[in-house]
Every structure is written in structure tokens, then in C-alpha cells.
Design a protein around this ligand. Sequence first.
Ligand code: HEC
Ligand code: HEC
Ligand code: HEC
Ligand code: HEC
Length: 509
Amino acid sequence: MKKTYYTLLLAGSSVAIGTMLFLANSINSRAEERKEINTSPVVKETGVESKNEAWQKYYPREYDSWKKTKSSDKIDDQIKKNPQIAVLWAGYAFSKDYNAPRGHFYAIQDVTNTLRTGAPVDAMTGPLPSACWSCKSPDVPRMMEKVGELEFFTGKWAKWGHEIVNPIGCGDCHDSKTANLTLTRPYLKKGLEASGVKLADTTHQDMRSLVCAQCHSEYYFKKTDWEDPKVTDPAKVKKTAMVVTFPWSNGLSVEEMEKYYDDIKFSDWTHQISKTPMLKAQHPDYEVFTKGIHARRGLACADCHMPYQQEGAVKYSNHQIQSPLNDVANTCLTCHQETEAEFKEVVKIKLEKKEQLAKFAMDNIAKAHLEAGEAWRLGATEDEMKDLQQDIRHAQWKWDMAVAGHGNFFHAPDETLRLLAVANEQGQTARIKLVKVLAKHGAVDYMAPDFSTKEAAQALAGVDMAKLIAEKETFKATLVQEWAKQAVANGTLDIKSREGMSSNTSYGK
Ligand code: HEC
Ligand code: HEC
Ligand code: HEC
Ligand code: HEC
């Protein structure tokens, strides 16, 4: 009995060791293979070539596969799916419109169409700052080079509508002269340095994640006063930029970033119902990925999202960045030995677990906001509310960091579930404190109103959809058309590149 157990154990561990060696070898040999395939005709001698079509004739395979990100065009309305989020984001643009990410090809269309960016009537109207273009286009590094980073981040989003016209592409990740992978976003470089990384030490494998981290990372807009040396009028020399900044100087964990924001007393907005100074998490795919086993074992984003492709004698990276589950054979199964069906099932189970815990957290935190709103209405004092508002802020931050990276549940499953458990715990703590405050002000059995549909939740958040949609349609029919015309006239947009593009939104036509 005992002997069989030992034999089994031995056999079991050598299989495990064998599998691990196999995995380690395949990671190394893949990294080696990749080094050999770079060839580099010059696309542009100086500056950034932001038109993706200009790269096509030199790199047809990469271009053709990149263009296929166009096929991921489905709108997945997250507020419809989880109406709680309209309450969680009350008073903030995300309560108006929020969809799951689609293909890179749609980046410009989506930032233009979303109700979050509103309906500017000229270059000076808001609501949002120019920084909202940052992760949408290779025209961003082109313009930063042209006008300087601070000028780029000064003014409203509409200021650059006629310049930022090509969707995420070659010039975001590659040097236009050498075609080498490169970091085109200064805020990633600064964030890495602040976190203690020496840029000179980054490896080729690091770069295969860092190009993605330029955009798939948490950030905030840092208000930065500056003086423009090009301006002579003393009344206009002082400007204010909203500079994209990564909160990484304490480290990349969710608690370390939370401390960063708490220390500088930063808030993205004040919650409309609970009056809490809130944080909004933004797609922390990179940070959370680094907490998972695949990152620990040395994988990069490109290993799963840009698998190797063989075409006759030519090897290239598939640039159709998408869900790896659409191509399990070329992604997971290059390292793992199970079947495709089994892998899809494994990922599905991880997603279900996340969604279960996320629902608990969203319900609890939404109720905490509404109960706090009632407490204020009944005359609660700042002193009574301060402490529990901090619980609400921290709870929502953790929930948001867990879910705003749409792949977190797979990239770092245990970290994601931990964050949701902590979010839930902090949300409940706030609610227990609220029971007391409400009782003290005469509401012993207050029940938060219904928020189980998008309509009900948006009504609580004061969102007037009919008005927002009407204004948006006018904007799309007028200023947006002008932007495209101007870009074509400037030679920065090839209008044919937009042919056959679907125009889906969450709000109908
Ligand atoms: C989101 C970042 C990103 C974008 C956008 C992007 N690439 Fe790449 N590209 C990569 C990565 C990562 C690799 C893999 C590099 C390596 O491992 O050597 C790569 C590899 C390449 C290579 C080397 C050969 C190969 O296929 O591995 C070429 C050439 C290339 N890309 C061209 C393009 C062109 C042309 C476009 C635009 C149509 C483009 N890339 C868009 C990230 C990107
Ligand atoms: C210049 C900014 C930028 C860079 C660089 C970038 N992304 Fe994205 N990515 C985005 C944005 C923005 C979206 C959402 C686009 C939309 O919904 O319109 C997105 C969407 C995605 C999606 C969802 C695609 C789908 O069809 O559902 C995946 C997966 C993804 N990115 C992975 C990556 C990986 C991997 C890299 C690096 C190789 C990378 N991204 C580099 C900005 C970027
Ligand atoms: C070991 C493989 C693997 C690696 C490495 C990996 N991912 Fe993913 N990623 C996945 C899987 C699997 C999903 C879930 C896809 C699904 O649900 O259809 C996913 C989902 C995503 C999504 C959400 C896509 C969507 O439409 O919901 C984004 C964005 C993303 N990953 C970006 C990244 C970035 C950025 C990195 C590197 C920092 C990275 N991934 C590294 C496997 C990987
Ligand atoms: C380049 C190699 C490589 C690729 C590609 C890869 N993996 Fe992995 N995977 C690993 C390694 C290495 C480990 C860690 C094994 C260990 O040390 O226990 C791992 C662990 C896992 C685990 C167990 C840990 C966990 O998070 O639950 C799962 C599940 C998994 N991989 C699924 C996938 C899926 C799904 C894909 C495709 C989207 C994929 N892997 C792609 C190398 C890879």
C-alpha cells in the first residue's frame, strides 16, 4: 500500500517536472525564434507614421492580420448586463455608457460614439480633456512629437478631433524607421521608472508586454500648471495640462496604488448620491497580469494574444489581437497538452466564479451609496459619514480594479477573487455602520430603491439618456464629419480605411 503510494507520487512528480520543463523550454525557444524574424524596411525616416495603410506594402501579413481586428465589432452593453454600475458611477460619465472592449480597429469610433465624450460643438467645448485620446491612436505620439507633451494634454478632447483619426496600429508599438518594438507613450516610461524599473534593463520579452502596458494600465489625469515658452501674450502664457500619469511609485498592487491616491487625496469625482470622493479604475490589465502565474513563469501578453503563424516558409506574429480562445490551438496548446474543449471550459469556470463574487460586491456597494444618500437626506453629519465613506471608496476601488481589466479573471484568477472578496467585506462594513447612522436619524428599516434594470439604475443616477443621445447624433452628423474632412485634406487620414466599417452603439442609431 505504502509502496504503491510512493511509486505513484514519484511518477506523478516526474510528470509534473516533465511538464514544467516542457513549458519552460517552449517559452525560451519561442523567444529565440522571434528574435530572428525582424526585418526592417524604413516606413518613415523621422517621426511617427500614423497611417496604418502606409505600413501595408512593407508588412502585408502583419497588416492583414491587424486589419482583422475589425471583425470584433459586437457591442456588449455592460450597464444593461449589470445595472448596479450606473449607481456605482452616479455623477460620473461611465454611468451614461459603458461597453466591453472591441477590436483595436474600433478605438476611434468608440471614443467618438460613446455618450461619455458628450457632444462638443467646437474645439473648446468639453466635457472631457484631450487626455481621453491617449490610448486610441498612433496619431497621439505623432502629435506629442509635433506640439510637445504638455500642449498635447492641454485643452478639451475636441481640440484634437481633426488630428487623432487612425485607430490603434503599427505606430503605437513600432518605431517607424527600424520597425523595432518601442514605447511611444512617455507616461509609461515615467511610471516604470517611478516603480523602480530601469528602462535600459528591459528585455525583448518584457517589451512584448510593455507595448500593451502603454494603454492597458491604470492611470489618472494629473493637473499640471506650466508656462508655454511659445506664447508672448503674458495673459495667455500660463496653461494647465491634464497629464496621463500611472500611480505606480509605491508598486503595482491594488493596495499600493490605493495608498498612492489616498496620500495625495486624489479623487476622480465626488459620488452624486453618497458624496464620497471616489476613484475610477481603468483597465489595469498589465498590473493585475503581473500578479498571476503566467507572468511569474515569464510569459508576455503577445504569447497568447499575438500567436506565431506559419505561412509557407514565413513565420510572423498574428496581429489580430483578440480573445485567445478564438485560437486555442496556436496559443494555449503550444505550451499545454490538454484539449481545446477542456481549455475553454477551464476559462469559462474561472469567469463564472468571478461573476458570482462581482455581483455580491456590486449589490452591496450600490446599496451602501443609496443608504448613505438617505443618511445625508435625514441630516447625518460629516463626522458620522467620513469613516464609512472611506470604506465605500476602498470597496469600490477594489471591485473596479478586479473587473475593469476584462481578462483579470484569467490572467490572475486568485488575485481577482481576493480583490472581490475584500471589496465585498469593505462594502458590508460600510453598510453595518450605515445601519447605525440611519437608525440614529430615525430610519430603522430603510430599504434602498430598486436598481435592477438599466432604466431604473440610470434614473437613480440622474442620467437623461434621451437628451444625451439627441445631442450625440447632432455631434456625429456635424463636427465629426468636419474632423474627417480636415484630416483627409491634411493627408493624415486615408478615408478608404474606414470603408465597410459597422457603426454599432449601445443606444441604437
Ligand atoms: C499593440 C502593439 C502592436 C501593434 C499595434 C502592431 N504590432 Fe507589430 N508586433 C508587435 C509585437 C509584440 C510583435 C512581436 C515582436 C517580437 O516578438 O519580436 C510584433 C511583430 C511585428 C513584426 C516582426 C515580424 C513578426 O510578425 O513577428 C513586424 C514586421 C510588425 N510587427 C509589423 C507591424 C505592422 C505593419 C503593424 C500595423 C499594421 C503592427 N506591427 C502593429 C506589436 C504590435
Ligand atoms: C494605443 C493603445 C493600445 C495599445 C498599445 C494596446 N491596446 Fe489593446 N485595446 C486598447 C483599446 C482602447 C481597446 C478597446 C477598443 C474598443 O473597444 O474600441 C483595446 C482592446 C483590446 C482587446 C479586446 C479585443 C476584442 O476584440 O475584444 C484585447 C484582447 C487587447 N486590447 C489586447 C492588447 C494587447 C495584448 C496589446 C499589446 C500587444 C494591446 N492590446 C495594445 C488600447 C490599446
Ligand atoms: C496565458 C495567456 C494570456 C496572456 C499571457 C495574456 N492574456 Fe489576456 N487574456 C487571455 C484569456 C484566456 C482571456 C479571456 C478571453 C475571453 O474571455 O474570451 C484574456 C482576456 C484579455 C482581455 C479582455 C478581452 C475582452 O474582450 O474581454 C484583455 C484586454 C487582455 N486579455 C489583455 C492582455 C494583456 C494586456 C496582457 C499582458 C499584460 C495579457 N492579456 C496577457 C489570455 C492571456
Ligand atoms: C508560452 C507557454 C504558455 C502558454 C501559451 C499558455 N500557458 Fe498556461 N501555463 C504556462 C505555465 C508555465 C504555467 C504555470 C505552470 C506551473 O508552474 O505550475 C501555466 C499555467 C496555467 C494554468 C494553471 C494556473 C491557473 O491560472 O489556473 C492554466 C489554467 C493555464 N495555464 C491555462 C492556459 C490557457 C487557457 C492558455 C491559452 C489562453 C494558456 N494557459 C497559455 C504556460 C503557458
